[in-house]
Design a protein. Structure first.
Length: 258
C-alpha cells in the first residue's frame, strides 16, 4: 500500500496524518517516488509543492524539499524569491489575476535616461512572471474575480531589485498574459511626446498679414480764380464823326434822356 492524498490538497499544505490515506498498488507498477505505508511517518510535516487531487499518490516530486520550511517559503524554488507588491483594482487587472497566472510588470516613472529628469516614461520591466498568491490565497477560488490589496510574484534576485525600485519610485501595473505565451518582447518604452506624436509639438502661430497699403491721396487740382468782369466803360457824351477831310463832333443823347 502507498500513501495518497485523503482530500484535495492545495499547494503549501503541510501534511498531517489525517490528510493521508493508503491504497493498494501493484508492486510492478509502483510510481517513482511513492511512499509505502510503512514509511508514511516520514511524510508528516512535509509541504505539498503542487496542488494534489484526492487519491493522488504523495510522490516525492510533488512535495517541497525537506527542510525548505513551511507555507510559501517551502515552495519557492532555489535562487528564486517571493516578492509582494501593493496593487489596486486597476493594477490587479480588476481582480482577474489568480495564483499560477503569469503577468508582465509595467512601470511609469520619471527618468533621466535622456538627460531630462522631468521626462515620464512607461516601460515593461518584467515579463512572464509567475503569480504565487493574491492576497493571502495561494489557490484559485473558482476563477472568480478576487480584489486584493497585494499580489505575490515569483522573481529572481535581479528581478526583485527592478521590482523594488519600480514600486517605490514609480507606479506599477500588471498585465495578464496567456500561459501558452512564453515569448518575451523587447520594447523601448514610451514617453508622452512619443505617444502623442506631433500633437504635443509647439504649433507656431501663422504670421500676421501685412497691413494694407494706405490709399494714395488724389491730387487736389486748384482751379484759377475767375477773372473779374471788366466794368462797363462810360459811354462818352460826344463822338467824333469823320466826313471826308472834316471831323465833326456830335453829342449823344443818353437813353431815356430828354
Amino acid at each position: 500500500m502507498i500513501a495518497v492524498a485523503a482530500a484535495d490538497l492545495p499547494r503549501a499544505t503541510t501534511l498531517r496524518p489525517e490528510l493521508m490515506s493508503y491504497v493498494a498498488w501493484p508492486s510492478q507498477a509502483l510510481p517513482d517516488g511513492a511512499t509505502l505505508k510503512s514509511n508514511a511517518a516520514a511524510l508528516e510535516g512535509r509541504v505539498v509543492a503542487h496542488d494534489l487531487g484526492r487519491g493522488e499518490p504523495l510522490l516525492e516530486v510533488r512535495l517541497a524539499p525537506k527542510g525548505a520550511g513551511l507555507g510559501m517559503a517551502a515552495i519557492v524554488p532555489g535562487n528564486m524569491r517571493a516578492m509582494t507588491v501593493l496593487v489596486n483594482e486597476v493594477i490587479g487587472v480588476a481582480g482577474f489575476i489568480h495564483p499560477d497566472d503569469f503577468v508582465d510588470v509595467i512601470v511609469t516613472m520619471a527618468t533621466s535616461a535622456t538627460g531630462n529628469s522631468d521626462e515620464i516614461r512607461a516601460k515593461i520591466i518584467l515579463q512572464n512572471v509567475k503569480v504565487l498568491a493574491v492576497g493571502q490565497e495561494m489557490v484559485t477560488q473558482d476563477a472568480k474575480p478576487v480584489k486584493v490589496p497585494v499580489v505575490t510574484l515569483l522573481v529572481d534576485p535581479e528581478q526583485s531589485e527592478r521590482l523594488a525600485l519600480a514600486s517605490t519610485e514609480g507606479h506599477i501595473q500588471l498585465t495578464l498574459r496567456s500561459r501558452a505565451d512564453v515569448a518575451e518582447t523587447a520594447t523601448a518604452g514610451i514617453s508622452p511626446p512619443e505617444l502623442f506624436g506631433k500633437v504635443t509639438e509647439k504649433v507656431e502661430a501663422p504670421p500676421a498679414p501685412a497691413p494694407a497699403p494706405a490709399p494714395t491721396p488724389r491730387p487736389v487740382v486748384l482751379r484759377p480764380a475767375a477773372k473779374p468782369k471788366p466794368k462797363p466803360q462810360p459811354v462818352p457824351d460826344v463822338v467824333e464823326v469823320l466826313r471826308g477831310d472834316r471831323v465833326e463832333e456830335r453829342k449823344i443823347r443818353p437813353a431815356g434822356g430828354q
